[in-house]
Structure formats: structure tokens, C-alpha cells
Design a protein around this ligand. Structure first.
Ligand code: PNS
Length: 162
């Protein structure tokens, strides 16, 4: 049984994330989509909302499940029995910091590897931060977040204080 963990903030899930999950589900028996805390970010949606958004979109993918974990990614991986960390790479500029994090995770876990999947060209302009920026200005995010969660993502959006 091969298991990967696909970690992120998912604030909120985008069609780019969902494409990575779908492709990962063809490569691994189990894909654990892990909503984790990024200490560099303040999230708009609660961890529970972010997990619910993911669950609403992966029902047709056997072997895919979503979790929320408060702690280190490598600890979540250990608890879930994941042999591999999976990250999507949207652009070249992401590579340096992702490679650094992969190396740290390898060291502190005693050998856990990170695999990178390149984002499909159609999705390179899609990110959670772009989605939130458009929501802030009241612009439609249809086509950027999965249709199954579009209404919920819009309804649950809270404009941050300026
Ligand atoms: O979607 P993001 O914000 O790029 O995801 C980053 C995330 C949440 C995967 C990363 O911040 C993370 O792994 N957080 C958990 C704490 C941890 O393990 N940090 C890495 C040690 S260097």
C-alpha cells in the first residue's frame, strides 16, 4: 500500500490543488490531504472549513481523505503512515524554498522524501491568495475554485480588517 501526504494551507482549495490531488490519486493507493498551519500566514477560513471544502471535492476519488493536523508535517506523515510528501510546484520561483523545506523535512524525519508534481500550465496562475484577493474586491472566483464549493467559499469569506 503506497501512501502520500499532500500538505498545505488550502485557504481555500483551488482547482490547481484539486488537479494535483487527482493526479496523485492515480500514482498512490492513498492520498492524505493535510491541512496544516503555515506560521507565515494568517488564514481566512477555519481548519474545519478547509477540510470540509476538500472533502466536498474528493468524493469520486477512492483512497483520498482530508485531515487537519496541528503540528509538524513530518509528524502528520508518520501518524498517517505516509512514505512520501507530495508538493505541487507552480513556478520555478517556488523551487528554492520548496527544496530547502524538503531537505529540512528529510533531516528531521530521518529520511522522508518529498516529490514535486509540476502544476499543469492551465493552473499556474491559480492560487489561494489570488482567490482571496478577488473575493476581497468582490470579483467572481468561478473557475478558480472547484464548482462544488464555490458558493460555500464565497459565503464563508470574511473580509480581513485593513
Ligand atoms: O500551502 P502552503 O501554505 O504553502 O503550505 C505550507 C505548509 C502548511 C505545508 C507548511 O507550512 C508546513 O508544513 N507546516 C507545518 C509545520 C512544519 O512541518 N513546517 C516545516 C518544518 S521546516
Amino acid at each position: 500500500m503506497s501512501t502520500c501526504i499532500y500538505p498545505g494551507s488550502f485557504d481555500p482549495l483551488t482547482i490547481g490543488h484539486l488537479d494535483i490531488i487527482r493526479r496523485a490519486s492515480t500514482l498512490f493507493d492513498e492520498v492524505v490531504v493535510a491541512v496544516l498551519h503555515n506560521s507565515q500566514k494568517r488564514c481566512t477560513y477555519t481548519p474545519q472549513q478547509r477540510v470540509e471544502f476538500i472533502e466536498a471535492c474528493v468524493g469520486d476519488m477512492p483512497g483520498v481523505r482530508a485531515i487537519h493536523f496541528e503540528g509538524l508535517l513530518v509528524e502528520a506523515a508518520r501518524q498517517q503512515g505516509a512514505e512520501v510528501i507530495l508538493r505541487g510546484l507552480r513556478m520555478e520561483a517556488d523551487y528554492a524554498s520548496e527544496a530547502q523545506t524538503a531537505e529540512i523535512n528529510h533531516r528531521i524525519s530521518g529520511g522522508l522524501e518529498t516529490l514535486f508534481l509540476p502544476t499543469r500550465p492551465a493552473f499556474t496562475c491559480v492560487s489561494s491568495s489570488i482567490v482571496r484577493e478577488l473575493l476581497y474586491y468582490g470579483v467572481s472566483v468561478a473557475g478558480l475554485v472547484p464548482g462544488a464549493i464555490l458558493d460555500r467559499v464565497v459565503a464563508a469569506y470574511q473580509r480581513p480588517a485593513r
